[in-house]
Every structure is written in structure tokens, then in C-alpha cells.
Design a protein around this ligand. Structure first.
Ligand SMILES: Cc1ncc(COP(=O)(O)O)c(C=O)c1O
Length: 419
């Protein structure tokens, strides 16, 4: 069997969509980094579970007991998937954004956080309520390690908060070295694994990761569940206040429950958690190393194809870096990102993403937007105007991607560039 045959069936992979010329074409999904389709194996688990669905934790009915067991088991499956230690806690949330906000709220105000300017906004804005120090842009993993070590030596840091893989340019970060550095200087390591988890095996223990966030909708289980996994149960202020998160409430006091309940106020998304765990199990069954190998081959084809197109510039945070997940952002001379993405969809049925990918500081840097222009855009937006923001196009691959999909994109771009 060729390594490039999809290792799992994804729902909707045969769907055809109408194009501008009136013809139906197979929908080519190259937007996995935004959200993935549902894996058939996940759907099967959801279908089998739905008749058993009931409220969890407080019900005594048989279905409630089955649902509670399935929900609690899902924590163990997710913990295993990311190589978390036995005493870890898994808090189910909606997505990575909520997981990071939850962690940020639980930490004492004034926590000294060290992070980078290339993060997704989800791993940037929640830290601004603390004492956030931002590292400079770097051009290699070695340089990142150097500036991180310097900053950790220069002043006391409580938490190093970094991405596991860039959602714009795909570089996989040197987590193990960052974890060692953080711990050597008394800091904890938080990893935003939204983009890493679908593509690479994660071992929280081996990589010295204290907290990790991930999203089910990027992991072939788009049923509204994500998780914050912490090496030790979190304490601190819960993001959401309400039922299920408490031991006792009086008219003037509240005794909070321990984690994970403390951070899961309200009725949880049981089906989402079960689906999320089913995805983790299905991915483990295929093997994350096999998935990574297959995606490396597809990425190499994508990068080579893109690099051969006249006028196309592929964006890179660290230009010389071997380990990248299958994400490629690019610009094409003479074509605005939005119009180019629309043409790929309208004429070729190819779905990509365009814009700033929720990483404005990074895109501004990669596209070399002059300071004066950045300022002009900022002022115009503040005045309620809607100026066109700079942007790029992003293609991203996943379990269902084939060599034909990659060739369809590079062929379409070559045609557009040559027209
Ligand atoms: C690196 C990274 N972090 C965080 C997020 C936010 O994830 P979610 O939308 O699931 O909260 C994304 C989403 O694209 C991402 O790519």
C-alpha cells in the first residue's frame, strides 16, 4: 500500500460542488488547519453512544451512569493521547481558545508569562491580563532557544507559553528543549497544541510540558469539545462560575470543587468529549508516527509544487527548518489573497484559507508591512472604517489529503499565475 493513500475515511470526502462554469467538481479540502472533517470511526462511536446519552454526574438512571462513565473515560483517553502523567487533570472545554483563557484565569494575577510574537491570538491575548513579556522574532529554532534562555536568566518567569506548531508557516517547535529550559529556570511550560496534535505524537512527560491545550474540531471530531491537560490538577479562579463546579454555596460564600469539576461549570458537552476521545483512539490506532511520515511526504510535494510557481512566495518563520506540519502560506504576485482564494474555490473547487490567520503580528512581519502602513490601518479601524488588511493564502493538509489534491492546487495556481 502506498503511504500516500488516506489512512482513514473522512465523511464528505467524495462531495462534489458546483463551480462557476456550471460543472460539478470534487471538493478539494486544503483547509485542515482551520477545522477538519469528521472521521468515519468517530461518527460510528457517536452514533453508537447517542442512544445512551443522558445527563452526567448527578443522575442515578442507568443511562446517566453509562454517560458519566463514558465522559470520565474520555479524560483518560485524551490524557493518554498526549502522553500525560497519571496524576494529570483533563478539563473539557469548547476549544483551545477557551482552554487558554481558562488557564490564564486560574493563574494568580501578575503571573510572569514569557511568550513569542508569532502566536495565534488565542495564545497571546489571554496572557495580557498578566505580566506578559514578549520575545523578539527569531529566524531559527536555535535562535528561539537562545533568546528564551537569555530571557529566563534575565528575570524570574512563571510560565513560558508557546505554540507547538505555527498555524501560518507550519514549523514544529523544539518543545523538549524549551521544556528543559523553562524547568531549569523555575518556569512551567504551556503549549498551544491546536496545530501540533493532529500531526505529531505528543509526549507531555518527555517534553516537560506542564499544560497543553488542544481542539477536537482540528482533530477529526468537530463536536464542540477541546481540552486543557495539566500535569497536576489546577487550582485558582474558574473561568465559568456555576453549578457543578462547587462543593457548597452559601449566600455569601462558595467552596469550589477540585479540578476538573471546578473548571467545568454547567452541563458538559458529553457527546463532544466522547467524540474527541474516539478521535484520539482512532489516531493512535493508525499511529501518529505513520501519520507524520505520510504528511511529511505530502508536505514536501506541496512545498516543491508551490516553490515552482512563478511569482509565488511561500512564507516561512524559520526558512531553514526540517520539521513542519502540512501548512503552507503564500502570496502570488499580482493577486490579492481574498480574490485568489475565491478563484480557487469558484473555478477549481479547492478550499483554502486567506487573511491573517488570527496572527496579525506574525503576518505583518512576514509580509513586511511598513510600520507607517500598520499604523494607518490601526487608526482607520479605530475610526470605524474597514480598510483592506494585508493577508496571504494558506493551504493545509490532513488525513484525507492525497497527492491529487496537492497537484490540483499547484496546477490551479500555475494556471492562474500564467494566465
Ligand atoms: C495555533 C492555534 N492556536 C489556537 C487556535 C484556536 O483554536 P480554536 O479555534 O479551536 O479555539 C488555533 C486555531 O486555528 C490555532 O491554529
Amino acid at each position: 500500500m502506498s503511504v500516500l493513500v488516506p489512512p482513514a475515511h473522512l465523511l464528505g470526502s467524495e462531495v462534489e460542488v458546483p463551480c462557476a462554469d456550471g460543472h460539478l467538481r470534487r471538493h478539494v479540502n486544503l483547509d485542515y488547519a482551520a477545522s477538519t472533517p469528521v472521521m468515519s470511526a468517530v461518527w460510528d462511536v457517536v452514533e453508537a453512544f447517542v442512544p445512551w446519552y443522558s445527563s452526567v454526574h448527578r443522575g442515578t438512571g442507568a443511562k446517566s451512569q453509562v454517560s458519566t462513565a463514558a465522559y470520565e473515560r474520555s479524560r483518560e483517553v485524551v490524557a493518554h493521547f498526549v502522553g500525560a502523567a497519571e496524576e494529570s487533570s483533563v478539563v473539557f472545554v469548547r476549544n483551545t481558545t477557551e482552554a487558554i483563557n481558562l488557564l490564564s484565569t486560574a493563574l494568580p494575577l501578575g503571573t510572569r508569562v514569557l511568550s513569542t510574537p508569532v502566536e495565534h491570538h488565542a495564545n497571546m491575548l489571554p496572557w495580557r491580563r498578566h505580566d506578559l513579556r514578549t520575545l523578539p522574532f527569531t529566524t531559527s529554532a536555535d535562535e528561539l532557544l537562545e533568546v528564551t534562555e537569555r530571557a529566563l536568566k534575565a528575570s524570574r518567569i512563571d510560565l513560558l507559553a508557546v505554540t507547538g506548531a505555527s498555524n501560518v508557516t507550519g514549523e514544529v517547535w523544539p518543545l523538549e528543549q524549551l521544556g528543559r529550559l523553562a524547568h531549569a529556570h523555575g518556569a512551567q511550560l504551556f503549549v498551544d497544541a491546536a496545530q501540533l496534535a493532529p500531526h505529531r505524537a505528543i509526549d507531555m512527560q518527555a517534553s516537560h510540558i506542564d499544560h497543553l491545550a488542544l481542539s477536537g474540531h482540528k482533530l477529526y471530531a468537530p463536536f464542540g469539545s477541546g481540552a486543557l491537560v495539566s500535569r497536576a490538577p489546577l487550582t485558582g479562579e474558574p473561568l465559568l462560575h456555576g453549578g457543578g463546579a462547587i462543593k457548597l454555596v452559601t449566600l455569601d460564600d462558595v467552596v469550589w470543587a477540585e479540578a476538573p469539576d471546578r473548571f467545568e461549570a454547567g452541563s458538559p458537552n458529553v457527546i463532544g468529549a466522547v467524540a474527541f476521545a474516539a478521535a484520539c483512539e482512532a489516531l493512535e490506532e493508525i499511529g501518529m508516527d505513520a501519520i507524520a511520515d505520510r504528511e511529511r511526504a505530502l508536505s514536501a510535494r506541496l512545498h516543491a509544487g508551490l516553490d515552482g510557481i512563478d511569482g509565488l512566495t511561500r512564507l516561512a518563520l524559520w526558512p531553514v527548518h526540517d520539521e513542519r506540519v502540512g501548512v503552507a502560506s503564500f502570496t502570488l504576485k499580482g493577486h490579492k489573497a481574498e480574490a485568489l482564494a475565491a478563484r480557487l474555490s469558484d473555478e477549481y473547487a479547492i478550499a483554502v484559507r486567506h487573511g491573517c490567520f488570527c496572527a496579525h503580528p506574525l503576518i505583518t512581519r512576514l509580509l513586511q508591512v511598513p510600520d507607517a502602513e500598520s499604523k494607518r490601518l490601526q487608526m482607520a479601524l479605530r475610526r470605524g472604517k474597514e480598510p483592506e488588511l494585508p493577508g496571504a493564502v494558506r493551504a493545509s493538509i490532513g488525513l484525507g489529503t492525497t497527492t491529487q489534491d496537492i497537484d490540483a492546487l499547484t496546477g490551479a495556481l500555475a494556471e492562474i499565475a500564467g494566465a
